[in-house]
Design a protein around this ligand. Structure first.
Ligand code: C2O
Ligand code: CU
Length: 512
């Protein structure tokens, strides 16, 4: 498991690069291309958008040659979609990528067989409540020259969602190439709060990459040419909105940052530090998580974000006029904020409460599912699969919740790693995490607790769609399967794991 991170590290890539020489790019808002009829037969046309996946060259740093990438509308991250609660929209996603992939495909992985085209894409809007045919199911991919239309009803509360590629067996490679972007859902309740907006609200899409001195992306391969898959990728440079160590000029006032961890496997401990005091994390507010606002702002000095997770954060730069702050992920520098010296009026609000979130009651669950996470490796290292409940992707569906029913999913982690588990379609709450006896479980499949249950941190008490399932613990979530019936998926959001069987279909069944 750990070996892959060594493979992924290519020394001598960006250590010579000067920091904070490029301004932070802000992805443009996707432009509407007119109106179209709704595909679900309901009355009225809805706004229509077009988004094209293309190859392009993008400067990730002033002193590097442009990087060959794939992205939506010729940029990575792609344009930001702005949506409103209960106002549906249509997006036509066109695949105009070249026929050859940027990275080595592992044809031994399920769904990526030699018989399939190398380049295949399908877009998933992560966190969106959509009908199954528009959800970006991994097997609904299409090759270059084709397109699909997604219908997004946006029947959900304001939240920072994330669109990215989800093609079976090559999601890690397509995302690595740059196929990702943000999708913001807004609503009146959020707007009434008076949070920083307009140019004071900034998306920060973080990912780590290995950039070679010629500017090109490099993704590691195993030492078996027939099976190039590696078990995780951690890059040596952090990109923020597609730049290495950019800077942002800010006024000494509040800003709202919509932070997304879009990395393949990188977990980030984020801190804001004064340039001259890297040891101390400055305080900031987390106001939202994956599925929108928290009940109340949480003061943090450090924020932990797993792949696929989002955090909505407010930083008040008023106390730092004339200084610089650095955003770090662990020791690595992500970006710099240059705070102007001149005082400004700040009309934005930082309310003490944000929205009502009722804790879901365990008694409302009609079923509890024990689901274990395991690493299946033979002793010679000939085969290595990450699996959910010991099942391959292709095995019959085992998770079949009833529409509008509530269940508890209990994730039993038998591996040494944290796996961010994501369920499509739904939002959920984290109930608790509890230590258990792994040996007893391996022998008997019975969970024997070895300590008390721990409540999630305050900033994990809101609505989530991705949960960190940590080693040595059982992590429980409670979820109501609302919205649509049909076939969805649940999976680990470490993209290397997801591509190697750590993903399962699930069916929401129409109640009889
Ligand atoms: Cu963000 Cu199924 O993915
Ligand atoms: Cu995983």
């Amino acid at each position: 498991m750990r070996q892959a991170s060594l493979l992924a590290f290519i020394p001598g890539t960006d250590f010579r690069l000067e920091k904070f020489v490029d301004p932070l790019p802000i992805p443009p808002v996707a432009p509407r291309k007119g109106m179209r009829p709704r595909p679900d037969g309901a009355a009225g046309p809805v706004p229509f958008f077009e988004c094209t996946m293309r190859e392009f060259f993008q400067k990730v740093h002033r002193d590097l040659p442009p990087t060959r990438m794939w992205g939506y509308d010729g940029m990575s991250p792609g344009p930001t979609f702005e949506a409103r609660s209960d106002e549906p929209l249509l997006i036509q996603w066109r695949n105009e990528l070249p026929a050859r992939h940027l990275f080595a495909i592992d044809h031994s992985l399920h769904g990526a067989e030699e018989s399939k085209p190398d380049v295949r894409t399908v877009v998933h809007v992560h966190g969106a409540k959509t009908a199954p045919q528009f959800d970006g199911h991994p097997e609904l991919w299409y090759p270059p020259g084709h397109s699909s239309v997604g219908f997004y009803p946006n029947g959900q509360e304001a939240a920072g969602l994330f669109y990215h590629d989800h093609a079976m067996g090559i999601t890690r490679l397509n995302t690595m190439a740059g196929l990702m972007g943000m999708y913001l859902v807004r609503d009146a309740a959020e707007e009434a709060l008076g949070l920083p907006r307009g140019r004071y609200e900034v998306p920060l899409v973080l990912c780590d990459r290995n950039i070679l001195p010629d500017g090109q992306l490099s993704y590691p391969v195993s030492d078996d040419p027939a099976k190039p898959w590696v078990s995780e990728f951690i890059g040596s440079s952090i990109l923020v909105n597609g730049k290495i160590a950019p800077f942002l000029n800010v006024e000494p006032r509040r800003y709202r940052f919509r932070i997304l961890n879009a990395s393949n496997a990188g977990f980030y401990f984020l801190t804001f530090n004064k340039e001259r005091d890297a040891a101390k994390g400055e305080a900031f507010f987390q106001i939202g998580s994956d599925q929108g606002l928290l009940a109340a702002p949480v003061v943090l000095e450090k924020l932990f974000l797993a792949p696929g997770e989002r955090a909505d954060v407010v930083v008040d730069f008023a106390a730092y006029a004339g200084q610089n702050l650095i955003l770090r992920a662990q020791a690595a520098v992500a970006m710099q904020f240059r705070v102007a010296a001149d005082r400004v009026q700040d009309a934005s609000q930082m309310p003490a409460t944000l929205r009502k979130i009722e804790r879901m009651k365990e008694e409302t669950a009609v079923k509890t599912r024990d689901l274990f996470l395991a690493d299946h490796q033979d002793r010679l290292g000939q085969s290595h699969r990450m699996m959910l409940n010991g099942a391959h992707w292709s095995m019959p569906v085992t998770e079949k919740p009833l529409l509008n029913s509530t269940e508890i999913w209990s994730f039993i982690n038998l591996t040494d790693d944290t796996h961010p588990i994501h369920l499509h379609l739904v939002r959920f709450q984290v109930l608790d995490r509890r230590p258990f006896d792994m040996q007893v479980y391996l022998l008997t499949k019975k969970v024997v607790w070895t300590g008390p249950a721990m409540l999630p941190d305050t900033n994990e008490m809101g609505w989530k769609d991705t949960v960190r399932v940590m080693p040595t613990l059982v992590t429980r979530i409670i979820v109501k399967f609302e919205g649509f019936a049909g076939r969805y998926v649940w999976h680990c959001h470490v993209l290397e794991h997801e591509d190697n069987e750590m993903m399962r279909p699930y069916d929401v069944l129409e109640a009889l």
